[in-house]
Design a protein around this ligand. Structure first.
Ligand code: 13P
Length: 260
């Protein structure tokens, strides 16, 4: 069975309720004009937590899914300011981003915490989009694959046993130096790391590993999306800046559709 392509918009800390509604309306209107509203793969929007409810109301009845940007590793309790998986589900989320490099860097999320969060997402019925990727210093010293390999290895002990859950995992390769810099990784660099991730997943998880989607993130724009999505081991994208403009985001969705 083929993997379904996936385009995820990570709005990060942008948008009040009104602007979030405008953005989602622009995306839905654009999608409705494309082949009767049918989209080739899956599209997920990850607005800030404060806009999840408003965006979910707009998405009802549409093919677009909702996702959170982070979740607590805990189930409930005295964790001021945190949001758990059940709360995300409650507000309509199907997906959640886990271990984004901005959280790893600013909030000290290490590989084990990221793995715990991934497990919490599965526990609460969410599909985790786990981010991996090296910094510029790590790439410059030739350690990109080693770093990504270690980030993946940390996940395996925390994966659920059932195939249906394992295959729901999404891995996002986001080289830290390509995020928000306008400098996307070269095709050869992207394909090399994606093939390495695929190899690791298949070696550790067999057929389940072959079904897990691997998406690329880092300065994806309408101008480079088609070339990136055409790469053999790229199943879609995790989009930051360009996801805040409905025309750009729609053009990126169109680019992934070209793959089939
Ligand atoms: P940019 O697309 O703005 O580089 O951000 C990528 C990203 O971090 C998505 O999670």
């Amino acid at each position: 069975m083929a993997r379904r392509t996936l385009v995820v918009g990570n709005w990060k800390m942008n948008g009040l309720i009104e602007t979030a509604r405008e953005l989602v309306d622009g995306i839905l209107t654009g999608l409705s004009t494309r082949a009767g509203g049918a989209i080739a793969g899956e599209v997920v929007l990850c607005p800030p937590a404060t806009a999840l409810h408003a965006v979910n109301q707009r998405l009802e009845g549409s093919p677009v899914q909702l996702g959170g940007q982070d979740l607590s590793e805990h189930e409930s309790g005295a964790h001021t300011g945190e949001i758990c998986g059940a709360m995300l589900r409650n507000v309509g989320c199907r997906y959640v981003i886990v271990g984004h490099s901005e959280r790893r860097a600013a909030w000290g999320e290490n590989d084990e915490r990221v793995a715990r969060k991934m497990a919490a997402a599965f526990r609460d019925g969410l599909q985790p989009i786990v981010c991996v990727g090296e910094t510029l210093a790590e790439r410059d010293r030739g350690a990109a694959l080693e770093v990504v390999g270690a980030q993946l290895e940390a996940l395996y002990p925390w994966l659920p046993a059932q195939s249906i859950h394992r295959q729901a995992l999404v891995v996002a390769y986001e080289p830290v130096w390509a995020i928000g810099t306008g400098r996307h990784a070269e095709s050869g660099q992207i394909q090399e790391v994606h093939a390495f991730i695929r190899q690791s997943l298949s070696a550790r998880l067999g057929e389940d590993g072959r079904m897990i989607r691997i998406v690329y993130g880092g300065s994806v724009k309408p101008s480079n999306a088609e070339a990136i999505f055409a790469l053999e081991d790229v199943d879609g994208g995790l989009i930051g800046g360009a996801a805040l403009d409905s025309a750009d985001f729609l053009a990126i969705i169109d680019a992934v559709s070209e793959k089939f």
